[in-house]
Design a protein around this ligand. Structure first.
Ligand SMILES: *Cc1c(COP(=O)(O)O)cnc(C)c1O
Ligand SMILES: [Zn+2]
Length: 486
């Protein structure tokens, strides 16, 4: 792989020492094996670089200059999330690193009309502009790069990349697996008959083996975990701590976009399994530890009232908090519809650290309704955004935060559109067609509905000569839109 001769964009020479750390019992494990949950206490892991403090020898100004120089690099290994190599997985070699165009997603300011309506300075970070159209690619790029390094160092000739998922995780995992190919075989396990054709399309298109299990998602998860315990498989669900590392890049990019000045910035993130919010807090904390940012942005998690265990936990007074899984009911923020988030211990871990530096209120969780999520998504997209339902959830969260007096018009609110609008298009259709099943509790606002209108009847088109039907159709358009002649 080519390396630029410019020192700032040459592949980094720093190598760290990484270990899995169990958040349950503190046990540490070597990274030369694949680990998902602690064999002792079943806790979840974080990955830590035990030599991170060496990075403090480089000044904050130098780090900023390095990351800014790499933003212009043409080296694929530094072009995406690994622009921040030293902060993420500094055990990988240049040839291990995958780049499918992930990361570096745009932050798009809301247009003046939307900002005026909201009374808020909002912007969307479009993580749906990743290759498989969701942020999951950030984590997969890191997890598969690590897998490549393991295959290389161990000389493996075959390893199965597997996940249980019906949505964006399987789409991203099968995309990266198909790109790597070779020793990597790819399979996804789905609940039979419980996924839509759209949710099947991406893994099928990437050539993954799609296996179905009768039952629900949890049944699939148990099968996958049994496989991970007993066979050589790379499990790509969010227990995989390498995914969390890759997702930290979101925080690094937000900070870089605002020239490392996080004063007056608020970051809104939907919470499902809670991996992404974990990664984003963890990422900002790393930048802060190196002095690259001087202030932590405030982080707001957002949950629907139909799937809100993390909200409920933080809504209680600090002394009385107790985590309880909730039974979810159908949510348009389907990718975040999780009652017992795998990464909850990770959230707790980082929230404590975050508040210790950022003060009370630097991390909060907001609850919104299904109705607010849908109305907000439609409103965002009618102003040129490309938000999915989870992106709508973030805008709903921003409005709610304003109502609660938690944000001001002077602050900049960065909303996470975690997937592309088109991935969750069925919900827009239900809104426009007024066909939401009752359990969602969504009543479309008629003024926001939009449907195609036939401009000329087929029988009129058939009856008229071509020239005449064109004129007739055009006249109908003029009448419908009230056009004035030029
Ligand atoms: C996975 C996913 C989420 C939830 O993220 P967590 O890390 O599970 O909290 C939100 N939105 C989209 C589009 C997703 O794919
Ligand atoms: Zn443990």
């Amino acid at each position: 792989m080519s390396t630029s001769t410019c020192p700032a964009t040459a592949f980094p020479t720093y190598r760290g020492h990484m270990e899995y750390v169990c958040l349950g019992c503190g046990a540490r494990f070597n990274i030369d094996e694949l680990h998902y949950t602690c064999p002792t206490c079943n806790g979840v892991f974080l990955l830590t670089d035990t030599t991170f403090d060496q990075l403090k020898k480089t000044s904050a100004a130098e780090w900023r200059a390095i990351f800014d120089a790499r933003a212009a690099s043409k080296n694929p290994a530094l072009r995406g999330i690994f622009r921040f190599y030293e902060l993420m997985a500094p055990v990988l070699e240049e040839d291990d690193i995958l780049y499918l165009g992930e990361g570096n997603t745009p932050i798009v300011d809301s247009p003046p009309a939307l900002r005026a309506d909201l009374g808020l300075k909002t912007a969307y970070k479009n993580d749906g502009q990743n290759p498989s159209a969701s942020f999951k690619d950030r984590g997969m790029a890191c997890a598969f790069s690590f897998l490549k390094s393991l295959i290389r160092s161990k000389g493996w000739t075959e390893v199965l990349a597997i996940c249980a998922s019906t949505g964006d995780t399987s789409a991203a995992a099968s995309l990266y697996a198909s790109y790597v190919g070779g020793a990597v075989k790819s399979a996804v396990i789905l609940p039979a008959g419980k996924v839509t054709p759209q949710q099947l399309a991406q893994p099928l298109g990437s050539g993954a083996v799609v296996l179905e299990v009768p039952g629900v998602f949890d049944d699939c998860m148990k099968v996958v975990e049994h496989l991970a315990d007993n066979y050589r498989v790379a499990l790509l669900n969010s227990k995989n701590a390498w995914r969390i590392l890759g997702q930290e890049s979101y925080a690094f990019e937000v900070a870089q976009w605002y020239d490392w000045d996080m004063k007056g910035k608020c970051v809104f993130v939907p919470i499902g399994n809670a991996g992404n919010i974990t990664a984003i807090m963890g990422g900002f904390l790393k930048l802060h530890a190196l002095g690259v940012i001087e202030t932590l942005p405030r982080v707001f998690g957002v949950q629907s009232h139909h799937a809100d265990p993390v909200y409920r936990y933080y809504a209680a007074d600090a002394g009385a908090r107790e985590f309880k899984a909730v039974t979810v009911t159908p949510s348009v923020a389907q990718a975040a519809m999780i009652g017992n988030p795998v990464s909850f211990p990770r959230v707790k871990h980082f929230a404590e650290k975050y508040e210790a530096i950022g003060g009370a209120g630097s991390f909060q969780v907001i609850q919104v309704t299904e109705q607010q999520i849908m109305d907000s998504m439609i409103e965002a997209n009618r102003h040129g955004h490309i938000a999915c339902t989870q992106g709508g959830e973030c805008l709903a969260g921003a409005k709610r935060a304003k109502e609660l007096g938690l944000v001001t018009p002077e602050e900049t609110l960065v909303l996470d559109a975690t997937a592309h609008h088109l991935k969750f298009i069925g919900f827009q259709e239900m809104y426009f067609e007024n066909t939401f099943p009752a359990e969602f509790g969504v009543t479309p606002k008629p003024e926001l509905a939009n449907r195609p209108e036939l401009v000329i009847k087929p029988e009129d088109k058939a009856r008229l000569a071509e020239k005449d039907y064109v004129v007739q159709a055009a006249q109908n358009v003029v009448a419908r839109l009230g056009l004035a002649k030029k």
